[in-house]
Each structure stands twice: as structure tokens, then as C-alpha cells.
Design a protein around this ligand. Structure first.
Ligand code: ACM
Ligand code: ZN
Length: 546
């Protein structure tokens, strides 16, 4: 008898647990703007549901296929998809709809009724974000049926530019890793991948006109151990993306509404290119792809017309590969010691009639001249530049978008000057920095301490910024430099769960942010990380901010 009671009790507990776990919870990360309950029974999501999409709309067809894939990955249920031909198709099913009356291009609305679910957006991208919210509200684990509480759930992002950056130079990561990074971004509602492809330590993009860039510049003869120690491992290291691979990745990202913004850093961070083509430098070399980290004195020579032609040729191929309106041209950390010594660079300064000012050296203005030429070139091709905040010291035109990395202050200054700005300050948005001050058991990182809470608390629009400048803060991004990141699990560890906090910064209005509430919603997102086998920093869920 006691056994029977116990067994019955256990059965009740199991049913209760199953019931709880098979019920969707719309309080996901990032939090929707509104979750309004609707009277009526839960919608039963089962294998029998079909995902409808508007006939003839390729992007909505793809959205439907992705929703089906996500549901299957998470719950094991297989939902088929079909083009909608008649209004009754909605009954018992999920319908993806375009609603031109919605006001935000990327906003979504999920309406769960007892007998139908609708996911609407003004654009297919908005529908995709609705799909992500529904996906994250599902349990992660085998489940024959999920109950969706009747409700209307809506969300829209605060910022149009919601970025993550990935350095594939300092360490090289192949196609599959980049695609998984894109998957992780999509789950977090992000839409711009800033892809760092060239630097002193390697050139990672095939350029047909200059094959030595990848073949020679793609390889270094060894890598320093630790933080620029005198010990070099002596192991030849490198690799690059072929143009075919890049096209494949760009397509994969676009299918998930992520635009890839390539960065070709210039005129500094160019030693790999100089190794391949020494005539591009002031001294003529020889150069060697760098096995140390930091800032190298050898940069592109501004005195040679050939260098300018080289940059335009490279950008021609970059524009072919990347449809992005923005091309990132770096501009950071360009020492001018070589230019000061180089007769050709000095001749250029003289020919251009450049004179130093109280604030700027002639060489700083020379970088401004170079940047403006590139800016004009890209603009003639319908593109715009993004550059690091050093460009503000070079008198560039306000049409250049500034990426503020040396704190948020340069970005604020840039916005006041009329530049669009993306906030990406080292503190707290360098995700290659430590996540805790207690670093002993952490994978080696650059330094610093950018905790989950610091990321969450970051406010991209500085409080004191004048009203007219506020609209110039178009977005926010975290950066992942990979000097000390050697493998994919380490990338994931550095970004998860900090990307969750960043997603709330990118999507929520400041008044709607609440850290304790975020921490309460985070474990379910982490269940999804676990389900996909992604590595993440578990301690960030429980430890005090330290
Ligand atoms: C940078 O971190 N050098 C932009
Ligand atoms: Zn020179």
C-alpha cells in the first residue's frame, strides 16, 4: 500500500514536472517588449502542426524551414512547412505573415490563440526575430508536445546595428566555426558580424589579383607564448578563406538576417601584406608575418601610387564578395615613425600642401588624406566606411561611421561632430577580456575584467549626450580578438553568456532593463546553449559581480 501511494505520488510529480517543462515561457532573452495574456486555452504544438508561409516569398519559405529546424533541434518534433493558399490553412497551425502596418522594420508580433499561432513582422527579418523568440520559449529536450499559453508577444530592437566581431587572424577559425558563431548570433537577435580578416599576424582572405597575400601572408613561422613572452613556439601557423568559402559564409549569414562587414585594416596592421609584397612598405623590407602581438611600426607607404592602387584592387574584390553597405577599413594603431623617415611619404605631404596644425601632425593629416581617398573610392561604388575612433584625429568627413573602442568618449565626441557611431568600448565590450577578477582558473585572456553585469549595465547612449547627437549612436557591438583564443570552445566560453547581456542592451530600452530579472531568465537560455553543445561560463550565472 505504501509502495502504491509512493508510486502514485511519484507519477503525479513526474506528470507535473513534464507538464511544467512542456509549457512555453515567453520571458526569454532578450525580453520581449510586451507579453499580454489572451483568454483561452493553450495552443498545443505537436508534430501535426504545419508551418505556413506566404506563397512565392523565398525569404519567408526559408524562415519557415528554419523554424521547423529549430523546433526539431530543441524538441524532436518534426513540423512540415507549406505555402499558404487559403485562409483556413491557419487553423491548428503556425502562420508566418508580413504585416506592413507594423512600425519597426525588425519588430515582431507573435499571436498565440487557442487554435492558431501567427508570427508577424513588417519584414521577413522581423518574422525571423519572432521565430527566435518562440524558439527560445520552447523547452530544450525531447518533447512530444508543447503547450503555448494564449498571448500576444511583441518586441522591437532599440538599435538597428547589433553587432559581434570576430578576429580570424590572430588565430584562424574555419568555415564551420564561423557558421556556428553566426548561429549563436542569430539566437541572440544580432544582425551584424564584423569580420576581422587581415592583420600583422596573417592575411586570411583570398585576393585573386594578389595571390601572395594569402599564400605567403596567410602563414607565420611561429607564435609567441603567453603575453608577448620571448619564447616562440616555432610552429608554422596559418590558413585563409577562399573566395568560394567566403561566399558560402556570407550567404549563410544573410539567410539569418546577418550582414557581414569585412574589415581590411589599413594603413596599419599590414605586416602580413608587406611580407607578401614588400614594395608596399616604406623601407621595402624584408618583412616577416608577425609572431608577436601588439602594434607594429611597419605600415603601408603613402608615398607610392602603387600602394593606393593595391588598396583599391583589394577593395574591388572585397566589394564583390560582400554586399554590405559598410566596409570596415580599420585605421587604428597606425604608428607614423616610418612615414616621418620616408622620403616618398614626406614628398607626398609636401605635394599635397599638408601642414601640421596645433592639434595634428602632418602625418596624422596624411592618414586623413588616405582615408578620404578610400572613402571616396568606396562611396563611388555605393559603399560607406566604418573606421576605428583614431579616424577622429585625422580630419575625416562626417560620413565616416566611427567605431568607438578606446572608451565611449571618442564615440560621444564623434556623434557631436555628426558621425554615426557604433559603441564598442574595451570596457565592458571586449569579450576577449576576463569575465571575473578572479582569473586563476580562467582560460588565459587579454586582461581586464568585463563581467556579465558590467556588460548588462552598459548604456550605449551617454546620458550627457545632447539630443541632436543621440540619434548618431546607431549601434553597439562586442569584440572578440583572438591573440589568446586558440580554439572554438574558448571563443564560445568568452562570449557566452555575455552575449545574452549584450542582446538585452541591444534590444531593450534602458527603463526596461533589470539585472535580477535577466538573471532569472538566463538559465533557460543556458539550457539551450547546453542542448547545442556550446561551451559557456557557468560561474557567471551564480557569482556576485567581482
Ligand atoms: C583595436 O582594438 N585596436 C581596435
Ligand atoms: Zn613611405
Amino acid at each position: 500500500m505504501r509502495n502504491l501511494i509512493l508510486t502514485s505520488l511519484l507519477a503525479v510529480i513526474c506528470i507535473a514536472a513534464t507538464a511544467q517543462w512542456s509549457r512555453a515561457d515567453y520571458r526569454v532573452v532578450p525580453l520581449p517588449d510586451r507579453i499580454d495574456g489572451i483568454r483561452g486555452a493553450d495552443f498545443r504544438l505537436t508534430d501535426n502542426c504545419i508551418i505556413n508561409y506566404p506563397t512565392g516569398q523565398r525569404d519567408m519559405e526559408r524562415n519557415a524551414a528554419l523554424l521547423s529546424q529549430y523546433v526539431e533541434e530543441l524538441t524532436g518534433m518534426h513540423l512540415s512547412t507549406r505555402p499558404t493558399v487559403n485562409a483556413k490553412d491557419g487553423l491548428g497551425n503556425i502562420s508566418l505573415l508580413i504585416d506592413p502596418k507594423m512600425d519597426n522594420d525588425e519588430g515582431y508580433r507573435i499571436t498565440v490563440m487557442p487554435r492558431a499561432v501567427e508570427i508577424s513582422g513588417r519584414t521577413a527579418a522581423g518574422v525571423f526575430y519572432g521565430i527566435q523568440t518562440l524558439r527560445k520559449s520552447l523547452p530544450a529536450g525531447q518533447c512530444p508536445e508543447v503547450l503555448l499559453p494564449a498571448a500576444q508577444v511583441s518586441g522591437s530592437p532599440q538599435f538597428g546595428y547589433r553587432g559581434m566581431h570576430l578576429d580570424c587572424v590572430r588565430h584562424f577559425f574555419g568555415v564551420e566555426t564561423v557558421k556556428r558563431y553566426i548561429d549563436i548570433m542569430a539566437l541572440h537577435g544580432m544582425n551584424r558580424l564584423h569580420w576581422h580578416l587581415t592583420d600583422d599576424q596573417g592575411w586570411r582572405i583570398e585576393i585573386k589579383k594578389y595571390p601572395r597575400l594569402a599564400e605567403v601572408g596567410g602563414w607565420r613561422n611561429g607564435t609567441t607564448l603567453g603575453h608577448n613572452s620571448p619564447v616562440n613556439d616555432g610552429i608554422r601557423y596559418g590558413g585563409y578563406f577562399t573566395q568560394e568559402e567566403i561566399r558560402d559564409i556570407v550567404r549563410y549569414a544573410a539567410d539569418r538576417y546577418i550582414t557581414i562587414i569585412p574589415e581590411i585594416d589599413m594603413p596599419g596592421h599590414m605586416v602580413a601584406a608587406l611580407t607578401a609584397y614588400p614594395e608596399l612598405g616604406c623601407t621595402g623590407g624584408p618583412y616577416e608575418v608577425w609572431g608577436m602581438w601588439g602594434v607594429h611600426d611597419d605600415i603601408l607607404c603613402m608615398g607610392k601610387d602603387h600602394t593606393l592602387q593595391f588598396v583599391q584592387d583589394v577593395l574591388d574584390e572585397v566589394m564583390e564578395l560582400f554586399p554590405s553597405r559598410y566596409i570596415h577599413i580599420g585605421g587604428d594603431e597606425a604608428p607614423r615613425v616610418r612615414w616621418e623617415q620616408c622620403p616618398l611619404c614626406q614628398q607626398r605631404i609636401s605635394d599635397l600642401g599638408i601642414h601640421r596644425t596645433e592639434r595634428q601632425s602632418a602625418e596624422a593629416l596624411l592618414q586623413g588624406w588616405f582615408t578620404t581617398r578610400i572613402q571616396d573610392y568606396l562611396s563611388r561604388h555605393g559603399r560607406s566606411i566604418i573606421g576605428w575612433d583614431e579616424l577622429l584625429g585625422c580630419d575625416v568627413d562626417a560620413s565616416a561611421t566611427i567605431m568607438s573602442w578606446r572608451g565611449a568618449e571618442p564615440g560621444a565626441e564623434g556623434a557631436k561632430l555628426g558621425h554615426d557611431v557604433i559603441m564598442s568600448p574595451v570596457g565592458p565590450l571586449y569579450f576577449d577580456y576576463y569575465q571575473t577578477s578572479n582569473t586563476w582558473n580562467e582560460p588565459t585572456a587579454f586582461g581586464g575584467c568585463n563581467t556579465l553585469k558590467k556588460v548588462f549595465d552598459f548604456e550605449p547612449i551617454p546620458a550627457e549626450l545632447p539630443e541632436a547627437a543621440r540619434r548618431h549612436i546607431i549601434g553597439v557591438q562586442a569584440n572578440v580578438w583572438t591573440e589568446y583564443i586558440t580554439c572554438e570552445p574558448q571563443i564560445q566560453y568568452q562570449v557566452l553568456p555575455r552575449m545574452a547581456a549584450l542582446a538585452e542592451v541591444q534590444w531593450l530600452r534602458p527603463a526596461d532593463k533589470d539585472y535580477d530579472d535577466f538573471l532569472a531568465r538566463l538559465p533557460h537560455l543556458v539550457d539551450i546553449y547546453k542542448h547545442y553543445g556550446w561551451t559557456y561560463r557557468a560561474k557567471s550565472l551564480t557569482e556576485k559581480d567581482e
